[in-house]
Design a protein around this ligand. Structure first.
Ligand SMILES: [Zn+2]
Length: 124
């Protein structure tokens, strides 16, 4: 069984729902949600609200830590590739967003995450 973890939303406990209520009748309290799996904030927040709360508090600190863009990212014909599937004939191809070029690829290349590099370059 996977381990339970807490929602990382800093205000999670302030949202008044039944599942957050804990404790005996005379000492009721609301607690941060705890689950084995969450769908938001890369699996670390219980809701879009908690994800947004996290971002409001920590987003700019994350940018300070990891660094801001100081130049624009640029999409050119060299890094505008993705893999696609033609549902009409079930063929796979590499597709260039800018040139609209299509290059046939095999199923194996389609399934291989390294066919297109992290920055959008065609690696075959
Ligand atoms: Zn939450």
């Amino acid at each position: 069984m996977s381990q339970l973890k807490y929602c990382q939303g800093p205000k999670c406990h302030t949202y008044d729902t039944k599942d957050r209520k804990k404790g005996p009748k005379d000492n009721k309290r609301n607690e941060t949600r705890r689950r084995s799996h969450f769908y938001y904030l890369n699996g670390n927040a219980c809701s879009m609200i908690c994800q947004a709360d996290w971002f409001d508090v920590y987003g700019s600190r994350a940018l300070d830590h990891f660094g801001y863009l100081t130049q624009p990212n640029v999409l050119t014909r060299d890094n505008a590739w993705s893999v696609r599937r033609d549902w009409n004939n079930d063929n796979r191809y590499a597709y260039n967003y800018l040139t609209e070029e299509r290059r046939p690829i095999t199923q194996q290349q389609y399934d291989n995450e390294q066919t297109i590099t992290e920055d959008g370059r065609l690696a075959i």
